[in-house]
Ligand binder design. Structure first.
Ligand code: ZN
Length: 141
């Protein structure tokens, strides 16, 4: 892939992207009530605390919902492809591309990362694949 389809980053998101580049899945977690949240936000939606840290997730979850895209939005991701909403073991819902396999509701998946070389700074994308999928040739967490 080329660097022409890099992510749009907000200042609050930078720790997420830094962790992704290390192939770690992290989400913002409230230091007061411990609730994890995604997307990131300057205050906790539950208790309004501004104190937070970036919690390392297990990278495992289950498909909560999925859809198949039949239109190409980014050259690096030609259609058709499947986008899944994953309920992580920690309870946070994350959305991403299903890297391999066919989706089903409740299917156990795990995060896999692909590092994208970019002249303006490499970045990594979190995708999902079936926990039982044969890993030969795949990117590992
Ligand atoms: Zn809180």
């Amino acid at each position: 892939m080329t660097g022409t389809s890099g992510p749009f980053r907000l200042p609050d998101d930078q720790p997420y992207w830094d962790a992704a580049l290390r192939h770690e899945l992290r989400v913002q977690s409230c230091d007061n009530c411990k609730e994890s949240r995604f997307p990131s936000a300057p205050v906790c939606p539950s208790c309004l605390s501004e104190a937070s840290s970036w919690k390392l997730l297990s990278g495992k979850g289950r498909i909560f919902a999925w859809t198949r895209f039949h239109r190409t939005y980014l050259p690096a991701h030609p259609a058709p492809y499947v986008v899944v909403s994953v309920e992580t073991e920690e309870g946070v819902l994350l959305i991403g591309k299903l890297a391999k396999g066919e989706p089903s509701i409740g299917q156990v998946v795990r995060a896999v990362f692909e590092t994208i070389p970019d002249p303006e700074g490499d970045w990594a994308i979190c995708q999902w694949e079936s926990e039982s999928y044969d890993q030969n040739g795949g990117s590992r967490t």
